[in-house]
Structures are given as structure tokens and as C-alpha cells.
Design a protein around this ligand. Structure first.
Ligand code: TYM
Length: 332
């Protein structure tokens, strides 16, 4: 069976971008013909400073978010990255396969390191090699992600190709990115040219999965738009990034295409459309946030699920790591 792996950083709360760009697809793939492994990537989170208490809390809350969104620990393997040491072990090998020049080209590194790249952690620079290890330690074939991870997944293929070539083996598969749906790049509610992000200083720019109904409605009401009515087909949104973003969100939340949505709401002003969107968002998100809060009341249960997930994951990862060491010539 084809195997799916994907991960999310516990570096803050979950946003609507994470939910629509990634988690919703995680849930649907779990119910299709895939073996699915989903991961809280705590080792990746600490590539930038994380307060220890916040990291622990965010990791458990992210696990709760996965489960509340429909990821079943019975159907998927749910893990915290540092609890499966094979990720970091293979990550080291990949540090020695990947090239400095490849890493320097990563747009996410350039964005996150900002002007002072010399002060960035070495972990932030090497981030994509560990990400390749996350995926390839399971020989995963499919990786559902949002648009912003595309370049990292191309690098994962480059690492697999170079490893296979250097050692003359056909060992690591070339993974397929799965970037699908109406909301592979959810934009900020304040600026249609920036992606919605948990690290944006403006809380009004994003919808958090833990926002209550009033906060969701208020953020949508205040979302930046243009003065025109909605068009009746998708082509009419081409030059209207804020309008397009809100329609994309509506479509993704309601499992529709953009054209289906516009067939219903085309011609409406935002004064009419925004309350519809807010109502839909609250209807879809509040059951998830309520379930998250319920799960967070018993963190021991979350910890048990993660411990069991780690055992299951290591059964797959350990033999692949052993085989890798053998290929590389490491004495066991
Ligand atoms: P992270 O934690 O930034 O985001 C997690 C997932 O959410 C998607 N996403 C979005 N999708 C649409 N619109 C947005 N505004 C938006 N913001 C975030 C991301 O594309 C991602 O799918 N490097 C990864 C974590 C990672 C990983 C992996 C992913 C580590 N190892 C292995 C896949 C496979 C990251 O920082 O995601």
C-alpha cells in the first residue's frame, strides 16, 4: 500500500491555513487506500526559539487538533517527532548527502532567517534535510501539504536521488507532493499578498482553530476586501487576491469548487457574503475547537496515544535505518 507521511510544527496554535491546506486532506487520505503517518515535528519547531513549557503545551494541543479534526489513532499512526529517534538519525546521514548550495536556495530559510542569516541556527539552515528524513525513514510515497512546502519536497526528491546514485542503490523512493483543493495557500485576512501564518504578529490576520464564534465572525467581518460585488466565475477573481482568498476559504470549508460557490453567491456584495462565510466557518470549526478543549482536559490520554504511535512508527523506521547504515558502510 502507498504510504502517506506529513507533519506540522508545534510552534504555536493551529490556523485555518493549516486546517484547510493540510489537515483536511490528512483526514481524507486516512480514509482512502493509504497507510497514514502524521507527525508533530517538535525537532523542527526548535530551529527557532521555543519556550519549553509552550513547546510541550503546543505539542499536546496539536495532537488534540489532529484528533479533533478526525484523525483516528486507530487508523493512522500519530507521533511526536522526537519520540521516534530514527528521524534525527537518518537526518544526520542526509546532512551529509545534501549540499550547502541547495539549502541556500530555500525560500523558507531566506524568509525565516531574514536579513541576519549569520544569526540563524544551524538547525534552521539544515531544516529540509531533517524533513526529507521524516518522510524517507518510512519510505513514504505521498506527502499532503500546502503550497509553501513544495520546494522542500523537491529537495526531498533531490536527496533521495543523490543518495541512491552515490551508493549505487535503488533504496529511497521519489515522493509525490499532494497539493490539492481550493485552499492550498490561504492568505492573511489583512493582506492578500501574504500567507496566513501562526507567526504573523497580527492576530486579526488569521483564524486560529481555538478562536470562538465571536472572534471568527469579527475577523471575517473586518477582513480586507475590495468594493466590488463577487463575480459569477473563478476567472473574475484573478486580479482580486483578497476576494479570491475568501471565496477559496468558503469553497474549501464547504467541499465545493470555486465555480460552484460563485454559481451561488456571484453578484453578492461582501456585506452579504461575509456573514455567510462566518456562519459556515463557525459551523465547521467550533465542533473541532470544542473537541480540542475536551481532549486537552486529559493530557495523559494524549501522551498514551503518542507513546503507542511512537512504538508503531519505530517498527517501520528501525529496519529502514538499519538498512541505510548497512548501505553507508557503518559497522553494526
Ligand atoms: P507548517 O507547520 O508551517 O505547516 C503545516 C502544514 O500546513 C500548511 N500550511 C498552509 N496551507 C495553506 N495555507 C496556509 N496559509 C498554510 N500555512 C501552513 C503547510 O503547507 C503544511 O502542510 N516543514 C513543514 C513541517 C514538516 C513536514 C515534514 C511536512 C516537517 N517535516 C515532512 C511534510 C512532511 C512546516 O513547517 O509546516
Amino acid at each position: 500500500t502507498p504510504r502517506v507521511f506529513s507533519g506540522i510544527q508545534p510552534s504555536g496554535g493551529l490556523t485555518l491555513g493549516n486546517y484547510l491546506g493540510a489537515i483536511k486532506r490528512f483526514v481524507s487520505m486516512q480514509d482512502e487506500a493509504y497507510e497514514t503517518i502524521y507527525c508533530m515535528v517538535d525537532l523542527h519547531a526548535i530551529t527557532v526559539w521555543q519556550d519549553p513549557a509552550d513547546l510541550a503545551r503546543n505539542t499536546r494541543e496539536l495532537a488534540a487538533g489532529f484528533i479533533a479534526s478526525g484523525i483516528s489513532p486507530e487508523k493512522s499512526i500519530l507521533i511526536n517527532q522526537s519520540q521516534v529517534p530514527e528521524h534525527a538519525q537518518l537526518g544526520w546521514i542526509f546532512n551529509c548527502v545534501a549540499r550547502m548550495g541547495w539549502m541556500k536556495r530555500m525560500t523558507q530559510f531566506k524568509d525565516k532567517a531574514g536579513k541576519n542569516a549569520e544569526a540563524a541556527s544551524l538547525g534552521l539552515f539544515g531544516y529540509p534535510a531533517l524533513m526529507a528524513a521524516d518522510i524517507l525513514i518510512y519510505h513514504a510515497t505521498h506527502v499532503p501539504v500546502g503550497e509553501d512546502q513544495k520546494q522542500h519536497l523537491e529537495l526531498t526528491r533531490d536527496i533521495a536521488t543523490k543518495f541512491n546514485h552515490d551508493y549505487g542503490v535503488d533504496f529511497f523512493p521519489l515522493t509525490e507532493p499532494v497539493i490539492e483543493g481550493a485552499a492550498t495557500r490561504v492568505m492573511s485576512l489583512r493582506d492578500g499578498s501574504k500567507k496566513m501564518s501562526k507567526s504573523d504578529p497580527s492576530d486579526a490576520s488569521r483564524i486560529n482553530m481555538t478562536d470562538d464564534a465571536d472572534a471568527i465572525a469579527k475577523k471575517i467581518r473586518k477582513a480586507k476586501t475590495d468594493p466590488d460585488a463577487l463575480p459569477s466565475e473563478a476567472a473574475g477573481l484573478a486580479e482580486r487576491p483578497e476576494a479570491r482568498n475568501l471565496v477559496n476559504i468558503y469553497a474549501a470549508l464547504n467541499d465545493q469548487t470555486v465555480d460552484q460557490v460563485l454559481a451561488e453567491v456571484g453578484g453578492q456584495q461582501f456585506g452579504t457574503f461575509k456573514p455567510l462565510l462566518a456562519e459556515l466557518a463557525v459551523a465547521k470549526l467550533s465542533p473541532i475547537s470544542e473537541e480540542m478543549a475536551r481532549l486537552m482536559a486529559d493530557t495523559a490520554e494524549i501522551d498514551r496515544i503518542l507513546a503507542r504511535g511512537a512504538d508503531q512508527a519505530r517498527e517501520i523506521a528501525a529496519p529502514i535505518l538499519q538498512k541505510t547504515y548497512e548501505i553507508v558502510g557503518m559497522v553494526r
